[in-house]
Structures are given as C-alpha cells and as structure tokens.
Design a protein around this ligand. Structure first.
Ligand code: HEC
Length: 104
C-alpha cells in the first residue's frame, strides 16, 4: 500500500467516525414527533387506540414496532429519526412506561 493510499484510508476512517458520532448524537425529539403524529396518524385514531384496555403495546419496543408498522403501512418513508421522534412522543404521552430508549 502506498503512503498516499494510507493517508486517504486514514482520512476516510476518521470521516466515518466523525459522521457516525453526528448520527448517534441525534436526540429523539418528542415535539417533532407530536407534529408528525398529529399530521399523519390522528385521522384514524386519537389516544383511544393507545389507552383502550386491550391495547397491544406493553413496552417501549412494542410502541416503536407499532409506529414503524403504521409508518410503513401509510408509506410515509420515515427515517429512523422520525420513527424515534414519534415513538418517544407516543410512548411518553399515551402510555405509562416512560421514555423510549434510544435506538440500539
Ligand atoms: C388507517 C387508519 C390508521 C392510521 C392512519 C394510523 N393508525 Fe394506528 N392503529 C389503527 C388501528 C385500527 C389500530 C388498532 C388495531 C391494531 O391493534 O392493529 C391502531 C393501533 C396503533 C398502535 C398500537 C396501539 C396499541 O397499543 O394497541 C399504535 C402505536 C399506532 N396505531 C400508531 C400509529 C401511528 C404512529 C400512526 C401514524 C404513522 C398511525 N397509527 C396511523 C389505525 C390507524
């Protein structure tokens, strides 16, 4: 491997580390999640779907799975960030098990 190749590879590796740091530093934003939820999701249900006695989601992972399911059902093409924002809002607002953990 030539020296210049080594330099390019090292630069690329550094860029990757820096970029992934930026991605993981993104905090889920329930305010934004609320707007997305109100725009796209309340046409069919409001809080009733989440608070009815037979509600399906019993933990934050299940809320996240449902949010991802509905986002894909509605072909919203939400990013992981947007699914996270909405999950955090829905879990924090309607359910009683606290905040959604950050994406693994
Ligand atoms: C086309 C109508 C419709 C739309 C639009 C819709 N939902 Fe739902 N949703 C339902 C119905 C019906 C249920 C309950 C049936 C079931 O449990 O599968 C449900 C259930 C859920 C649940 C699970 C509730 C529980 O704990 O049992 C979540 C979470 C949820 N929806 C989130 C969303 C989100 C987020 C959006 C917007 C991206 C959305 N929904 C849009 C109809 C809809």
């Amino acid at each position: 491997m030539s020296d210049s190749t080594r330099v390019v590879l090292a630069g690329a590796a550094t860029a990757l580390v820096v970029l992934s740091g930026v991605v993981f530093a993104q905090v889920e934003n329930p305010q934004r999640g609320r707007l997305l939820y109100e725009n796209h999701c309340t046409g069919c249900h409001d809080s009733v779907a989440h608070t009815r006695a037979s509600h399906k989601a019993t933990n934050t992972q299940e809320v996240r799975a449902q949010v991802a399911r509905w986002a894909s059902e509605l072909k919203l093409h939400w990013s992981t960030q947007e699914i996270g924002d909405v999950s955090r809002y829905v879990a924090g607002h309607f359910y009683d098990f606290g905040a959604v953990p950050a994406e693994k």
